[in-house]
Design a protein around this ligand. Sequence first.
Ligand code: ZN
Length: 360
Amino acid sequence: MTDKMTHMERGLAALSGEAVDRLTVYPIACGVCRKLLPGDVTYQQWVSDPKLFGQAFVAGQKRFGFDFAIGLMDLSVMAGDLGAHVRMDEENTPFVDEHIVKDVEDYEKIEAPDIRKGRSNVLIEGTRYFAKELAGQVVTAGFLEGPLLALSQSAGAERLFMDIFSSPSAVHKALEVTSAYDTEMIKAFGTTGINGLCWDYLWANYSCLGDSEYKEFERDYADKLNDIVRREGMAVCIHNCADLPHLDTQILHYKPAIYSMAYYPLIPGSPTAAEVIEKGYADHCLVAGQIDPQVFIRGSAETVTKVTKDLCQEVKTSLCKRGLKSQYCIASGCEVPPDRRTKMENIEAMVDATKAYGVF
Ligand SMILES: [Zn+2]
């Protein structure tokens, strides 16, 4: 099937709820695209060099023809720059292996880092690189960890979720700092030329926090940060791969342009694409999801084609019932693993299957 619209035309039409030739497609293939660069670039090299970081997105766009480009690095960028130790195996997603909060008093010692240094700088400058290279071809967005996520990565989630009950004021002091850090990052992203800024507001998850805790420990901060994103000329986008996401808060209240989500078939209540659309969440927002990222490592190209075909069918049926034309993007529920074993042909299979089965 040949596309009748450009990536830019389709992306913009889907964002405004207008008719499209086919569903938009975006496997969240970020770190894995370093494999397309010459010279066996390791994960560590990729996250240390803004040019390599940006080039991977340009190479991914050229090879696969996505409908969006979203510059995710990983979820330990802020924690690392706040002083936590990040373990970075060459071919895998890095993770924090030593937290900075060992005592409740440590929350008050957290200080925002200089964003012109460390991986914060690589993220900003690398985003600037691909925003410029891909300008006009595809809708671009930067990627930033929300204030509560940055803190949970720095303090350890288990400890943080006990401390929000036992020592809420200490946690709030630390959240003021991660919010100030986010504010500096937003302003820097605002100079890069990207069209949107995608938040990871992961803790809006009923498995972890109820509405009132989420409001107190993130929503009140996020409201201010989302306003700053818009003021700096970018669209607010959200990624949340929680099993039980707070959809009312994150879609109806935050009003993002794009909402990227996952689906967990084994968790009762985890919302399917059809449910999300039919309950009206796609009425004012482009919802993206929900292919299991593990299929890109473990599955075959045939499996990916089948899963994508089924999702296209489910989505088109639900959009039609709801009287919508385009407001769902065929995407992975979370990042395609940046692992060396991830099969690039599976990413291609997902894009090709959307071109074949996502046609209206
Ligand atoms: Zn995710």
